[in-house]
Design a protein around this ligand. Structure first.
Ligand code: MSP
Length: 554
């Protein structure tokens, strides 16, 4: 049996690895962007909260692509642990059969929501197991694992350990039964006492604070960052990272010690490495090595501790570079209450996508989802967004501008705009169209999604107002009005084009159709193309795509 302690040899290794890990953090430079979602537990089918994490990640991924950046995105399913083992048993299935089935439903959700992931990780796959064992061996080699007695509270639902001051006793109102629960999650905890492997998390407090302090956007939004700092400052205890196999056998065996199973969170977090081909032996087997560390890791507020403390600590201990950003979102509630199966208020994402369409749902989730604070899920709001923003502003502007009565030839000439002197009626819209890409981009980078999209829809609202006030429909009869008519149409079409480019990441299918209707070539649909007005080139509206972009909701 392997008993590991900080012997003089491992102490030496420890010091060396500390130096290397800071170095690795500094060297973290790469050309491919990497966005991740959490991997989802397969103990239950997908719900709207899962869809939210995934859509946010896909929108961010596509936004990198909008800037011409090569980008990979990982998602997947978290399949080991007691929780899954128990769920499989309840369903009278073998764990792997059960995992196959539920994992498939998460994959289907990605397809249904037009999520273009580049890697779907399953923790039961052989490549992942290999990565976890490699990471384990590295932690061991670097002197960060030791065997010790572990006693404490464990919540199976959270797959997490809690200190005595993190639990409390509650009494069931109906039965009078007393149970212990975790204060943070409200989940039931049970007392656990066994000898297992521990990770020297206690050594990483200062390093974590240093990382967070020197990278102000490493954990966003601010409230989460502060929360993490306060957890660290309260003191970090060593973390139990294995369970006796006799208690938990649905998991990855500790290398060279088959009596132990690796803790499900150490297993699960490694998926972000597996997704890049770790262990990166051999140049050709790991084309995505350079993408590590991730640029943005989307997580929900309930799993911030694992991603902002355990994960960077594991990486430092393994001499690996740290993620650039942990983006933690709050939760969707229903009638201001936590969504839960027992309350029967869980929203089925497939149904919602089916009812309102993929792009409108994506738009609603990203625009109205709560980053810092919980957002209350409301189908009324999906309809309002659809009617007011999508059909009412964007769809309306496109329809009225491309109407045959105004544009019988389908062409707005490239010289429609007198760039030397902007007509006073156009000045406001002109300035707004010019300003919107940078404003949008800045807010997006600052992860202020609602604000970012508000810039676009304010501009569209201004464009509709401009159209109405200038009454182009009165200008179709007299030839001397033609120049002014073209200019007005030019501005309306430019507002649509710029909005269409910037909205591609959030509504890829609808915006493709819009840009096709406007005859925008495929290689002119990047962020840089939204920065300037399309002066000097004819705009040829493509009438073959005559579909109404946002038809009336049934
Ligand atoms: N398996 C872990 C993650 C491991 S990542 C290495 C897990 N899985 S989960 O299925 O329980 O949750 C996955 C994600 O869904 C989390 O980011 C969680 O915050 C998110 N959501 C769960 N319920 C949610 C809402 N009601 N609203 C928004 N997101 C929610 O945790």
């Amino acid at each position: 049996m392997l008993i590991v302690s900080l012997s003089s040899v491992s102490r030496q290794a420890f010091i060396q690895s500390q130096t290397r890990c800071l170095h690795a953090t500094r060297l973290a430079k790469h050309s491919k962007a990497f966005v991740t979602t959490p991997i989802y537990y397969v103990n239950a089918v997908p719900h709207i909260g899962h869809l939210y994490s995934t859509v946010l990640a896909d929108t961010i991924r596509r936004n990198y692509a909008l800037h011409g950046k090569e980008v990979i995105m990982s998602t997947g399913t978290d399949e080991h642990g007691l929780k899954i083992q128990q769920a499989a048993k309840k369903n009278n299935m073998q764990p792997i059969e059960f995992c196959d089935k539920v994992s498939e439903s998460f994959r289907k959700l990605c397809t249904a929501a037009n999520i273009e992931y580049t890697s779907f990780q399953r923790t039961t796959s052989p490549t992942h197991k290999k990565a976890v064992k490699e990471l384990w061996n590295t932690l061991l080699k670097n002197g960060y694992l030791y065997k010790g007695k572990h006693e404490g509270w464990y919540a199976v639902s959270d797959e997490a350990f809690y200190a005595p001051n993190q639990v409390k006793e509650v009494t069931d109102e109906k039965t009078g039964e007393k149970t212990m629960v975790a204060i943070e999650s409200g989940q039931k905890v049970e007392w656990m006492s066994e000898e297992n492997y521990k990770f020297r998390l206690s050594l990483f407090g200062d390093k974590l604070v240093e990382w967070i302090d020197s990278h102000p956007t490493a954990i966003v939004p601010h409230n989460r960052r502060n929360e993490v700092l306060s957890w660290i400052k309260a003191g970090l205890a060593d973390l139990s990272v294995s369970r006796l196999r006799s208690r938990l056998d649905w998991g990855i065996e500790v290398p060279n010690d088959p009596e132990h199973t690796i803790y499900v969170w150490l297993d699960a977090l490694t998926n972000y490495l597996t997704a890049t081909g770790y262990p990166w032996h051999g140049e050709h087997s790991s084309p995505n090595k350079e993408a590590f560390p991730p640029d943005v890791q989307i997580v929900g507020k309930d799993i911030v501790r694992f991603h902002a403390i355990y994960w960077p600590a594991f990486l430092m201990a393994a001499d690996l570079p740290l993620p650039k950003q942990i983006l933690a979102h709050a939760h969707w509630t229903m009638g201001k209450q936590k969504m839960s199966k027992s309350r029967g208020n869980v929203v089925d994402p497939f149904e919602v996508l089916d009812t309102y369409g993929v792009d409108p749902v994506r738009y609603y989730l990203v625009r109205d989802g709560g980053l810092a604070d919980d957002g209350d899920y409301s189908e009324k709001m999906i309809k309002t967004r659809y009617k007011k923003d999508l059909a009412g502003q964007l769809g309306n502007l496109l329809n009225r501008t491309t109407a045959k009565s105004l544009l019988p030839s389908g062409v707005v000439p490239g010289n429609s705009l007198n760039t030397a002197t902007v007509h006073p009626n156009d000045q406001m819209l002109h300035d707004q169209i010019r300003a919107v890409p940078e404003n949008f981009n800045k807010a997006f980078e600052e992860r202020e999604f609602n604000k970012a999209y508000a810039f676009i829809f304010d501009m569209l609202s201004q464009a509709n107002k401009h159209f109405t006030e200038n009454e182009p429909w009165k200008m179709t009869q007299n030839i001397e009005d033609k120049e002014r008519l073209d200019t007005i149409l030019f501005y309306s079409l430019e507002a649509c084009r710029v909005a269409g480019i910037l909205l591609q990441p959030i509504m890829p299918t609808k915006m493709e159709s819009l840009l096709n209707q406007l005859g925008v070539p495929k290689d002119e649909r990047y962020f840089k193309d939204s920065l300037s007005l399309k002066v000097g080139k004819d705009i040829t509206v493509n009438k073959t795509e005559a579909d109404i972009l946002f038809p009336r909701l049934k």
